[in-house]
Design a protein around this ligand. Structure first.
Ligand code: ADP
Ligand code: MG
Length: 370
């Protein structure tokens, strides 16, 4: 099977509302197109622009979609491809409150409310249990980027404040990694879920201790997967990773005249999302040679997780109410740009472990620790 170029998949999820602006937002019956109509108000309109109609066509609209339906549409195939050696990335983008964290993590209260991460964990361990001859190992890390500083959500004491343990983004021979970020081997579903919820708790604690809101930071949950034969004479290994990203709220706070800490946060977020947007534009342009990965921590960390050889999916979370139409428009524009990015997914090359400890496999994994 040869490689084929495909686009990054872009989905739009509409947050349920009883005040859906049906005269302004028209969802196509193909479940892919979305049209926006803005009637000019006497005061000059919400958008200071002569254009009043926009049409977007994406890979799918998730409207009144359950968590299970979202998982089926967005993640299921990407996760099974990861078990065949393909790297996969899923990213949630949108303004605060639009449903990014609900989509990515969901609510722990009831199973049906669980989001993409716990469902992906379940799928991996379920598949692993079904493989007769293949041993699957899973390792997890959970990184937060707040005001251009990296925090380890699974080792908060190490990640926060202490100079000696500053986390840094590094370009290694195996790709980009975060030096100092803890990586945790997990052997069953419950163990992985436990780490996810521990990380979520550290996000919440952070909100109080640093007076920040989790919507002001980017959170990246990564699963490093390794498949090898159960036959101990066969040393072939296949590695892949799944990167699941809950981005900071995309609303542009600068114009609301916020002050102090909030203003600093807003400018960091605006910058990192603007750099992400510039990166996406560069990635979508086949003539561009320079791809600006190093402009922010977020884009640097995501260097080999967007497009390229990965399966990449974007979920843009939007509100359906009239009052959020301006942010909805800008989110849909981002989704369209992302949709232009092409990728050529290819499975990672298998490598061979040496007998005993160490060897190229062991070394590659240690890279993530150091
Ligand atoms: P964000 O992370 O984008 O700031 P959240 O995911 O925290 O937004 O969502 C804000 C609130 O709306 C939460 O209470 C969440 O449970 C709820 N919510 C978001 N999307 C949905 C949905 N599709 N169905 C039900 N509740 C939702
Ligand atoms: Mg959130």
């Amino acid at each position: 099977a040869g490689t084929k170029t495909r686009r990054v998949l872009a989905f739009v999820r509409v947050k349920p509302t009883s005040h859906f602006a049906q005269d302004m937002i028209k969802l196509g019956s193909d479940n892919k197109s979305i049209d926006i109509y803005i009637r000019k108000s006497p005061r000059g309109g919400i958008v200071n622009n002569t254009q009043t109609d926009w049409s977007f066509k994406l890979d799918g609209l998730l409207h009144n979609a359950s968590q299970e339906m979202v998982y089926e549409a967005v993640a299921k195939d990407l996760v099974s491809k990861a078990l065949q050696g393909y790297n996969g990335t899923i990213m949630c983008y949108g303004q605060t409150g639009a449903g990014k964290t609900y989509t990515m993590t969901g609510a722990a209260s009831e199973y049906r409310n669980r989001g993409i991460i716990p469902r992906a964990i379940q799928q991996i361990f379920k598949s692993a249990a079904e493989f007769l001859n293949i041993l699957v190992t899973v390792r997890i890390s959970y990184l937060e980027i707040y005001n251009e500083t990296l925090f380890d959500l699974l080792a908060p004491a190490l990640g926060r404040g202490c100079k000696d343990n500053q986390l840094t983004v590094m370009d290694g021979p195996q790709g980009v990694y975060v030096k100092g970020l803890s990586i945790h081997p997990v052997s069953h579903e419950e163990e992985a879920l436990h780490l996810l919820f521990e990380g979520e708790t550290n996000r919440v604690i952070g909100e109080h201790s640093l007076n920040k809101n989790s919507s002001r930071s980017h959170c990246i949950f990564t699963m490093f997967i390794e498949c090898r034969s159960r036959d101990y004479t066969n040393h072939k290994c296949l590695k892949s990773k799944i990167t699941l990203i809950d981005l900071a709220g995309s609303e542009r706070l600068s114009k609301t005249g916020s002050e102090g800490q909030v203003r600093i946060e807003a400018s960091y977020i605006n910058k990192s999302l603007t750099f992400l947007e510039q990166l996406v534009i560069a990635l979508a342009d086949p003539k561009r040679e320079h791809i600006p990965f190093r402009q922010s921590k977020l884009t640097h960390v995501l260097k080999d997780s967007l497009g390229g050889n990965c399966n990449t999916v974007l979920v843009t979370n939007i509100y359906g109410e009239a009052e959020h139409l301006e942010e909805t428009l800008s989110s849909l524009r981002f989704a369209t740009r992302m949709n232009w990015v092409t990728a050529e997914p290819v499975p990672n090359k298998p490598f061979y472990r040496e007998v005993g400890t160490g060897g190229p496999g062991g070394g590659a994994i240690l890279l993530y620790y150091n």
